[in-house]
Design a protein around this ligand. Sequence first.
Ligand SMILES: Nc1ncnc2c1ncn2[C@@H]1O[C@H](COP(=O)(O)OP(=O)(O)OP(=O)(O)O)[C@@H](O)[C@H]1O
Ligand SMILES: [Mg+2]
Length: 237
Amino acid sequence: MMTATRIQARSLNKQFTLHHQNGVQLDVLTDLNFDAQSGECLIFSGRSGSGKSTLLKMIYGNYLATSGSLQVKHGDEWVEMVAAAPRSVVELRRHSIGYVSQFLKTIPRVSTLNLVMEPALERGWSAEQARARAEELLSRLNIPERLWHLAPSTFSGGEQQRVNIARGFMVAWPVLLLDEPTASLDETNRAVVVELMQEAKAAGAAMVGIFHDAEVRQKIGDKQFNVSANEVSNHVQ
Ligand SMILES: Nc1ncnc2c1ncn2[C@@H]1O[C@H](COP(=O)(O)OP(=O)(O)OP(=O)(O)O)[C@@H](O)[C@H]1O
Ligand SMILES: [Mg+2]
C-alpha cells in the first residue's frame, strides 16, 4: 500500500488564556512539528498536563491553535485546521477523522446498538450492514447481548469505554485519534483493542494515540513523540 501523509503539523503552538483568572497565560504546546502517514501509528507521550489531549482536540477541531499550521487530509485536499470554517470541520468529522475520546458521551434513551451504528448510518450504510458490523464489534469487545438494546448511561466505566471503542472502529477512518482507549480495560479486552488498531492500520488509517500502557505502545506504535521533550523518535517505549 502506498503511504500518504494525512496530518502535517508545523511550528504549532497552543496557549490558553484564563480570562477569569486575571488573564493568566499557559503555554501548553510550543513549536510542534510532525507528520502522520497512512498505515502508521504515532504515539504521543509526556507527563500529565503536557498537552497530549489538547493536541488531539486541536486535530479534531475542538481547540484552535494559537499559531502555526496544522493540516489534515480530506479526500484529495488539505484542510488547514487553524483557519477551518465550521462547515469543513463537520465534513472532516463525518468522512476523514474518527476520535475515540477517553469517555463515552451517552445520549439518554439512545441504545448501545444505535450509538455504535451511527457513524456508519451517517455515511449512508444500510441499517442491516451497520447492524451486522455493530453486533460483530460489540461481541468482540465482550459486551453482553442483553445490554445491546439499553442506553449505556448506566453501564460500568469499562463497558462504556468498550461501547465508545466499538463506535470509533465502526467505519474505516483515514485519520483515527485515540485518547487512552485502553485505560480502564482488563487484559482480554485490551488485546481486542490492539487487534482492532492493527486492523485499522492495515486498512490504511493514520493513527494518533495516547496510551499509558507500555505493552500497548510497543505493540501498536511506529513512532513516539514526546510532548514534554518536543521530539519525535522511531524508538517506542
Ligand atoms: N480549555 C482549557 N482551558 C484552559 N486550560 C486548559 C484547557 N484545556 C486544557 N488546559 C490546560 O492545558 C494543559 C494540558 O492539558 P491536557 O489535557 O492536554 O494534558 P494531558 O497531557 O492530556 O494530561 P493527562 O496525561 O493528565 O491526560 C493543562 O495544564 C490544562 O490545565
Ligand atoms: Mg489527557
